[in-house]
Write a protein that binds this ligand. Structure first.
Ligand code: 5GP
Ligand code: ZN
Length: 115
């Protein structure tokens, strides 16, 4: 997509601090980190979000890459969270599929059933 920020990052038209890259995906540091580790994983090809008919093989690769990023960032044993915001209620702000890899501190809100 010509006017998409993350497509431009994937094409190296806009600079980002790249953590990992291959033919299909890119991982780069979030410009406004919410946690000590806050890296985004995107497919290089444009999909709006995870429900946008993304090929399963690519989805698998995106998640494998997220786990690899956790390793690169040194949070694979301490723990981390993967988040993907979708649409209006999900408060997605950049409409190009991305997975947030967040960690490096104990996260403030526990997802799932109450403790
Ligand atoms: P969303 O709210 O769509 O789930 O997440 C979008 C994320 O992209 C936000 O965490 C925001 O800080 C990040 N972001 C927005 N613009 C840029 C940018 O130009 N460069 C980088 N590296 N991250 C960005
Ligand atoms: Zn895009």
């Amino acid at each position: 997509m010509s006017n998409c920020l993350f497509c431009k990052i994937a094409n190296h038209e806009i600079d980002a601090k790249v953590v990992y890259e291959d033919d299909l995906v890119m991982a780069f540091e979030d410009i406004n980190p919410q946690t000590p580790v806050h890296t985004l994983v995107i497919p290089k090809q444009h999909y709006d979000h995870i429900g946008d008919d993304v090929p399963e093989e690519l989805l698998g690769h995106i998640f494998t890459t997220a786990a690899k990023v956790a390793q690169i960032k040194g949070v694979d044993t301490s723990g981390y969270r993967l988040v993907t915001n979708i649409g209006e209620d999900g408060r997605q702000t950049v409409i190009h599929l991305h997975i947030h890899v967040v960690g490096g501190a104990r996260l403030p809100i526990r997802m799932g059933p109450a403790d």
